[in-house]
Design a protein around this ligand. Structure first.
Ligand code: SF4
Ligand SMILES: [Zn+2]
Length: 258
C-alpha cells in the first residue's frame, strides 16, 4: 500500500496485489459499516421558526460530529441493553432567541469531546421574537442504516498499465493527452504520471495501437473523503479491522458445516 496524499479530510492511496472483489468490499465497508455519530432523536420544547420540527430534526441529523470511537458503543452492543447511557448516547441542548441565525456551533453537548465537525453550519434563521429550544440525542450507527451515518465517500479505479510500442507519430501525445500523462523529450515519449491516466483511450486511438493502455486487475487507486468526525486514515484502518472480523465470522460459520 502506498499513500499518495494525506490530508485532514482526504486520503489517496494505491493498493497492490488484491483482487477486484476485495477492492469492492473495502469500499463497501468504508461507506456502510463503520460506526459514526449522528443525531437520531430530537425533543422540541419550542419552535417558532418558519421550519417544521421534522425539517429541523432532519437538518440536525446531517451535521457530522467529532467523537471518540474507543469510548462509544453501538446501542445494540452497549451494556445498558440499548436504553441509552453515557457510553452510547450524547445529548445536545439548543436554546436561541431571534433575531439570529442558529448554527451547529450553538448546540451544547453533554460530552464536550463530541462536537460538530464545523461550527458554522446554518440550521435555521430566527426573526425578531422567534425562539427555538430543543434537546437532541446523538448515537452511533452504520451507513447501511441511514446515509447520515455514512463515514466516507469512497471511489476507486484500476491503476492503468501504459505501454509505448513502436510506430506512430509520438510527438503529439504529450499535448493530446487530457491528463498530461506523457512527456516528450530528446525525441522520446515517456510515461511521466501514470496514476493521472483516466483510461480515456484517446492515445490508443491516435496511435493506431502503438500505445496500449490496460487496466491492471491487481492494483487499485483509492480516493477516500471523510464525511464524519473520523480522520480518513482511521476510516481506512477501521475498514480493514471490520473486514477481518467479518471474514473470521464467516470462517467460523463455514467450519460448523463440516
Ligand atoms: S488513456 Fe487517455 S488519459 Fe490515459 S494516457 Fe491515454 S490519452 Fe492520456
Ligand atoms: Zn448504553
Amino acid at each position: 500500500m502506498k499513500i499518495l496524499e494525506k490530508g485532514d479530510k482526504k486520503i489517496r492511496f494505491v493498493v497492490e496485489d488484491i483482487t477486484p472483489a476485495l477492492a469492492g468490499e473495502l469500499r463497501r465497508v468504508m461507506i456502510s459499516e463503520i460506526p459514526t455519530m449522528a443525531i437520531e432523536w430530537v425533543d422540541f420544547h419550542k419552535n417558532d421558526s418558519v421550519l417544521w420540527d421534522e425539517i429541523i430534526a432532519s437538518r440536525l441529523g446531517l451535521i457530522p460530529l467529532v467523537f471518540d470511537a474507543k469510548f462509544y458503543n453501538l446501542k445494540g452492543n452497549c451494556k445498558c441493553g440499548g436504553k441509552g447511557c453515557v457510553h452510547c448516547q450524547v445529548s445536545f441542548k439548543l436554546k436561541k432567541k431571534g433575531p439570529c441565525m442558529v448554527y451547529s456551533g450553538d448546540m451544547v453537548p453533554s460530552d464536550e469531546k463530541v462536537r460538530p465537525v464545523y461550527d458554522n453550519i446554518p440550521i435555521v434563521e430566527l426573526t425578531e421574537g422567534q425562539e427555538l429550544e430543543l434537546e437532541a440525542f446523538a448515537e452511533l450507527n452504520l451507513g447501511k442504516e441511514h446515509a447520515k451515518w455514512q463515514a466516507a465517500v469512497v471511489g476507486y479505479r484500476n491503476v492503468p498499465n501504459i505501454i509505448i510500442g513502436k510506430g506512430g507519430n509520438k510527438s503529439d501525445y504529450e499535448k493530446r493527452c487530457p491528463k498530461h500523462v506523457f512527456v516528450f523529450q530528446n525525441k522520446k515519449l515517456e510515461v511521466d504520471k501514470p496514476l493521472e491516466c483516466n483510461m480515456c483511450l484517446q492515445c490508443v486511438e491516435l496511435s493506431n495501437g502503438a500505445i496500449k493502455v490496460e487496466a491492471d486487475e491487481t492494483k487499485f487507486l483509492f480516493n477516500v473523503e471523510s464525511t464524519c468526525g473520523l480522520k480518513p486514515e482511521e476510516i481506512v484502518l477501521k475498514s480493514m479491522d471490520i473486514l477481518e472480523e467479518k471474514l473470521e465470522e464467516l470462517s467460523k460459520d463455514l467450519s460448523k458445516l463440516k
